[in-house]
Design a protein. Structure first.
Length: 118
C-alpha cells in the first residue's frame, strides 16, 4: 500500500462567508469521506487560514528570512489535508471525489504520493 497526501485548497474569504447551515453540510461531506475511507485515513486536519502562516526562505547568501503569510500571492491557500493509504492513485481519486471542496468553484484538491525512504 502506498501513502498519498490530499491537499485541500480554497479561498479563505469564501470559507469565512459560509453560513452555519453551509458549514454543517460541508462537514457532513467530510464525514462521508472519512466514513467511506475508514482506516485508510491515517491523519487529517483543518489548518488555520493562509494569513496565519509563517514562511521561511533562504536567500543566495544562505541568510534565512522569516515572513508572515504564505510564499505565493494567491487567493487559494492550503486549508487542510488528509494522509491516506491506498492501493493506487485510482483508489485515492475515487475517495477524493467525495470531498465537498469539489462542489465549490473557489477550492480544489491536490494529490501527491508520499515518498517512502528505507
Amino acid at each position: 500500500m502506498a501513502k498519498y497526501m490530499i491537499l485541500i485548497y480554497g479561498d479563505a474569504e469564501q470559507w469565512d462567508a459560509m453560513t452555519a447551515e453551509q458549514w454543517d453540510a460541508h462537514n457532513a461531506g467530510h464525514g462521508a469521506f472519512v466514513g467511506k475511507a475508514g482506516a485508510r485515513v491515517l491523519d487529517g486536519r483543518q489548518l488555520e487560514t493562509a494569513p496565519t502562516a509563517t514562511s521561511l526562505r533562504a536567500d543566495a547568501h544562505g541568510q534565512v528570512h522569516v515572513t508572515d503569510g504564505p510564499f505565493l500571492e494567491t487567493k487559494e491557500g492550503l486549508g487542510g489535508y488528509y494522509l491516506v493509504e491506498a492501493a493506487d492513485l485510482d483508489e485515492v481519486l475515487e475517495l477524493a471525489r467525495l470531498l465537498p471542496e469539489l462542489n465549490y468553484t473557489h477550492s480544489g484538491l491536490e494529490i501527491r504520493p508520499v515518498v517512502e525512504r528505507e
